[in-house]
Design a protein around this ligand. Structure first.
Ligand code: GLU
Length: 418
């Protein structure tokens, strides 16, 4: 996809912080603390491969800032992973938790590997050894990993089991995004997509966009994008395009996400779906539509294609899909952007619910989870909206001001040790 890795996510995250720090007159001492990660752990992970060889993988866990609570954030398995990507994503987690007011600090982890090329046994051994190497950092009061790109419920179950085996008893609250029958939360799987859909509704009602018949293009039809398509279709939107890593499909008269989901299950891609025209991932971003949802990877809307975006509203389902330059081009064009740290926060919000349920050993119904998720997103959306209105700024900047001021206040109140 175009523009990937133009500048690192870490550089971008820092630049965004610097801009906001200046705008809000942040105490320079606190700014300096926030420009750095609290700790970075690098581990090497020897894995016995199925052919008898031993392969050593490199992994990390990064804690950006823990002033507001224990470390929270996903684990990414990707062949192109870099430490800068993990650090950038850890900083984004700090802001994401703060903007929706969860009592967590920001973290992220990952391993350089291609999970699709590993056998189930290799993936399990890699996950268990990675968890063991991180054990000093982990714990329900210390650091609670969750799924991210390339990891899933199964990986979380192995992480939970490895930690539990090491301490000698079951500790479900050490990771979130687990299968429901071992302490996972109902509604966790759909949560990131559900918060994106709620943000579409919140933004559309304030901007006067009619959702009935509104044309929506979604880049990425995976764990997040697939749910967004189903939920928006259910409230009357017309899903005109979807895609995955192999390409996408476009039909200006609307696609049926239920049929697309079945097609994807059977053929592992939506790009071969018959009821529309094949398009590339780059073409999808430039289609005529009202609402664009980038739900794949970071850095896909850049200074090269931002000018060609035709949507009025972009809701960021992926982390960091719009580069800094593209952000300002879109702003000048009058495109309204709901930022990732708010839009996809549903994942970590329901992770928080899962952690609370695990600690209390008292489980909620799916309806309770979904209702509380809606409450949290709507409250945060409203808080960010009033900053945007009062200061006449864009929504990303407003969300950052709210998040950074909450973290800065926690640092100020706790003081700098010693
Ligand atoms: N990986 C997800 C994210 O980027 C979820 C993190 C979590 O639930 O801790 O927000």
């Amino acid at each position: 996809m175009s523009g990937r890795n133009q500048i690192s996510l870490w550089t971008m995250a820092r630049q965004r912080l610097d801009e906001v720090a200046q705008l809000m007159h942040l105490d320079p001492r606190i700014h300096e603390v926030l420009r750095n990660c609290k700790r970075v752990m690098e581990v090497s992970i020897p894995v016995k491969m199925d052919d008898g060889s031993i392969k050593v993988f490199i992994g990390w866990r990064v804690h950006h800032n823990l002033a507001r609570g224990p470390a929270k954030g996903g684990v990414r398995y990707s062949p192109t992973l870099t430490l800068d990507e993990v650090k950038g994503l850890a900083m984004l987690m700090t802001w994401k938790c703060a903007v929706v007011d969860l009592p967590y600090g920001g973290a992220k982890g990952g391993v350089i590997c291609n999970p699709t090329e590993l056998s189930d046994g290799e993936l399990e051994r890699l996950t268990r050894r990675y968890t063991s190497e991180l054990i000093l950092l982990l714990g329900p009061e210390k650091d609670i990993p969750a799924p991210d790109m390339g990891t899933d419920e199964r990986v979380m179950a192995w992480m939970m089991d490895t930690y539990s085996m090491n301490v000698g008893y079951s500790v479900p609250g050490v990771v979130t995004g687990k299968p429901v029958n071992i302490g996972g939360s109902r509604g966790r799987r759909e949560a990131p997509g559900r918060s994106v859909a709620i943000c579409v509704e919140e933004a559309a009602s304030r901007l006067g966009i009619r959702l009935e018949g509104a044309k929506v293009a979604i880049q990425g039809f995976g764990k997040v994008g697939g749910v967004v398509a189903l939920l928006l279709h259910a409230i009357g939107c017309k899903i005109v395009a979807v895609s995955d890593i192999k390409g996408g499909i476009y039909n200006p008269n609307g696609l049926d996400p239920v049929k697309l989901t079945a097609h994807k299950r059977q053929h592992k891609t939506v790009s071969t779906y018959r009821d529309g025209d094949f398009i590339t991932n780059d073409e999808l971003l430039e289609l005529p539509c009202d609402i664009l949802v980038p739900a794949a990877v970071e850095g896909v809307i850049t200074n090269e294609n931002a000018e060609k975006v035709r949507a009025k509203l972009i809701v960021e389902a992926a982390n960091g899909p719009i580069t800094m330059e593209a952000d300002s081009i879109l702003r000048d064009k009058g495109v309204f952007i709901v930022p990732d740290i708010l839009a996809n926060a549903g994942g970590v919000i329901v992770s928080y619910f899962e952690w609370v349920q695990d600690i209390q050993q008292f489980f909620w119904t799916e309806q309770e989870v979904n209702d509380r998720l809606r409450q949290v997103i709507r409250r945060a959306f409203g808080e960010v909206w009033s900053i945007l209105r009062d200061r006449g700024i864009d929504m990303r900047t407003a969300a950052y001001i709210l998040a950074v001021s909450r973290v800065a206040e926690a640092i100020r109140m706790r003081g700098i040790y010693p």
